[in-house]
Design a protein around this ligand. Structure first.
Ligand code: GAP
Length: 532
């Protein structure tokens, strides 16, 4: 598995993502999508929309406002209970999610060094002596507030991971007598962590010139509520019959305590959500169907089977509105983490909004001649997290003729650039004109770029690194010279195999159609030439 630093560095170098406000030192929790990043993320959102809305007749779309009536958030339960437990360090002042502190310590700089020391010969002889020595030497720099410890617990090594019971035992021993939580600060190693307290994740904002209670609302923490409050509008205007769903893609905001892991957890992010309304009693069947469909969707666009799994929520982790929830998890560089949650929200939200607004949110069932409040299945995905998973999964390093080749093995529909048109000689005006004309033609159907800023080998590698599935090269044979007439053919190179084919320019668009549909193998057998 590639480490996150490599992905962050590639994203910056090749124009996928930049840190927000970088020239002012950067805003840690926010990222800006660059020229290739915006194309790529738009592709993720477009494929989600096409597959979940446009290709189904039981789905419609919506684009609701980000700011909503503040009473929406009282009715939804967010004002009262949308919070995470947090703890703060009395020495360095950092804050952490109390329920994620064990992972934070495992991944911290000081614990990585500490753990390495524990596996060394000195610790094998006398662990507590070695710990004391470490605290006086390397630990002074990495964990300056590490408590003075002298405990007789027997530490059995090696530690297998953050969920290893021996790791928890060790942390408890280290922080003995220093705090009630039994953990040390992931930043400075201090034992002065405060007892966990809930922190609201709602980002407040004020509408209008006066900042007072009457003008206070929130930036939406999920797009879902915009759908629930429009349930009746959509039902009446579109004459939908149950079961049907409403989909929405848009920004959401949460005052996360510990944003991090690149775009995995940020305070501003984009969601792709579906609220699928069904007859009560059919909800569990629909829940299963949606879990399977969404699980298959990621694999359809390239996520490898071994990197994705389903995880059923335990009753004590369910959100206040949910009867059941299955997470689709991806093996991100920092470990298995949630990519999408598919919840059975029952009739909770429609009933809450009916009660608080005084407007009935019901469906009239023609068969039974009765009004029912539909149940809701909610597949809720993150656009940024999906994009990150597709990026990580596509990353490959290979050795080609003694040199490292970095490739983003994107599905063609996800690739930010579909075709690069490259002139073999940029001083030959016939070649340049032909390449530019071809690029102009291809652009009408696909996102194509023209590039003549380096040698052909470097241009190929650059396109590999941003995941462009096909390069089209125009050379002397294409346009002819005084020795031989033009053959009117161009070379197409495939990113994954580096195989090359030669096809007439007049057939380029038709061949590209087949290549984009995944038919490289067949076309290659017919038109193959050598590799680059
Ligand atoms: N309406 C249900 C809901 O919002 P959630 O599990 O809190 O459920 C759904 O969020 C998805 O939104 C997550 O699976 C994740 O992909 C994305 N998401 C949530 N919080 C995020 C954050 N702070 N940064 C980036 N993506 C986030």
């Amino acid at each position: 598995m590639v480490d996150m630093d490599k992905i962050v560095s590639l994203c910056k170098r090749r124009g996928f993502l930049f840190q927000s406000s970088e020239i002012y030192g950067g805003l840690g929790s926010a990222w800006d999508y660059g020229p290739l990043g915006v194309e790529f993320k738009n592709n993720v959102k477009h494929l989600w929309w096409r597959d979940n809305v446009q290709l189904r007749d039981d789905m419609v779309g919506l684009d609701a406002a980000i700011t909503m009536h503040p009473r929406v958030w009282e009715a939804s339960g967010h004002v009262a209970s949308f919070s995470d437990p947090f703890t703060g360090c009395g020495d360095c002042g950092r804050h952490y999610r109390a329920d994620q502190i064990v992972d934070a310590i495992w991944n911290s700089r000081w614990f990585r060094a500490f753990n390495k020391m524990l596996e060394g010969p000195a610790a094998k002889k006398d662990a507590w002596k070695a710990i004391e020595n470490w605290a006086q030497s390397e630990g002074k720099k990495l964990a300056p507030n590490f408590p003075h410890v002298s405990v007789d617990d027997d530490i059995r090594l090696p530690l297998e991971g953050a969920d290893d019971p021996k790791f928890l035992q060790l942390l408890r021993a280290l922080s003995e007598n220093s705090n009630s939580m039994g953990f040390l600060c992931p930043n400075c190693g201090s034992g002065k962590l405060s007892p966990p307290k809930p922190a609201s994740l709602m980002l407040e904002t004020f509408l209008g010139p006066v900042q007072e209670t009457a003008t206070k609302t929130y930036l939406r923490p999920e797009t879902a509520q915009g759908i629930f409050v429009n349930f009746d509008n959509v039902l009446q205007s579109m004459r939908k019959k149950l079961p049907f769903g409403i989909a929405q893609v848009g920004k959401a905001f949460r005052n996360e305590i510990t944003p991090g892991n690149f775009t995995f957890r940020t305070r501003e992010f984009e969601q792709m959500e579906i609220e699928f309304f069904v007859m009560p009693g059919t909800d569990e069947d629909w829940h299963r169907k949606w879990v399977d469909q969404r699980f298959a969707w990621y694999q359809q666009y390239g996520i490898r089977q071994e990197n994705i799994r389903k995880r059923v929520h335990e009753p004590d982790e369910l959100a206040h509105y949910a009867k059941g929830c299955v997470d689709i998890e991806y093996l991100f560089p920092m470990g298995w983490s949630e990519l999408e949650g598919i919840a059975n929200r029952t009739d909770y939200d429609l009933k809450q909004h009916s009660q608080h607004s005084g407007r009935a949110l019901e469906y009239f069932d023609e068969e039974t001649k009765q009004k029912v409040v539909p149940y809701v299945i909610e597949p809720s995905a993150g656009a940024d997290r999906s994009a990150l998973a597709f990026l990580v999964d596509a990353y490959r390093e290979e050795e080609v003729r003694g040199e490292k080749r970095v490739v983003l093995n994107f599905h063609p529909e996800l690739a930010p650039i579909k075709i690069a048109v490259l002139p073999l000689l940029k001083k030959n005006s016939a070649i340049v004109e032909t390449a530019q004309r071809l690029c102009g033609d291809l652009r009408k159907r696909w996102h194509a770029v023209y590039d003549d800023t380096a040698s052909i080998g470097r241009l190929y590698r650059r396109q590999d690194e941003v995941g462009t599935p096909f390069c089209v090269t125009v050379d002397v044979q294409t346009v002819g010279d005084e020795k031989s007439p033009a053959d009117e053919k161009v070379t197409i190179r495939d990113r994954n195999t580096m195989g090359q084919i030669r096809v007439p320019m007049s057939e380029l668009s038709a061949v590209m159609d087949k290549l984009m549909a995944g038919q490289w193998g067949e076309i290659y057998r017919e038109h193959a030439i050598n590799k680059d």
